[in-house]
Design a protein around this ligand. Sequence first.
Ligand SMILES: [Mg+2]
Length: 256
Amino acid sequence: MRRFRRLRAAPGAPPVGADALRGPAAPVWLLDLDNTLHDAMTVVFPRINRAMTEYVARWLELAHEEADALRGHYWRRYGATLTGLVRHHGVDPHHFLRETHPFPDLERIVRRDRRLAHALRRLPGRRIVVTNAPMHYAARVVRALGIAAHIEAIVSIETMSFAGQLQPKPSRPMLRRLVARLRVPAARCVLVEDSVANLAGAHRVGLRTVLVTGISHRSHHPSRRTRAGPARRVGVQVQSVAHLPRKALRSATITR
Ligand SMILES: [Mg+2]
């Protein structure tokens, strides 16, 4: 990890909460962005996917269908399409990230969310956004949601490179370096995510895990929905981050 971009300092005193959640032993919340803090399913992801497919088609001179399949393949294999493009095709990551997040109207798509802001304010401890998205996009989403005052820093994909290689979530070396950089034991960090694969990686590094199901899992049939439990490496499950403060105060999985 080389740099965290600071937005604004989080308010000093933690709000109401159990003693276990206060003071120096308070948790460090590592919050995923897309489909965890806001709905990226409806407009954002389809537009990014389209832009990425067009980029891949142009760069590698592939037909649209082939480019789309390759984009999906790299996303599933590496957790980010960009990783595959850099590793196998020498794509310039900065150019790619600029070209594939075309959102002049982002503030119209991502709306201020008072319930989310309220929940984050009540969440005791440090709150850091950790996203496989680029910084220019993540910072705008955080501001558009109206939560910048409650977020200490954003860790974006640009800061997830090591030895010349991009290592986005669920990279375990990246998560270990992130925890070391935060100067807290891994067990004090809680990754809050909609991606089960990312939570599994975090669990193996010793982080606590919270699965957020309300956005990207809502279309799953009940029998296919993930449930919290040791087999899934998911400690706690919530439908929405808005429910997290109450759950955090009650759950021994988080407060232990
Ligand atoms: Mg996500």
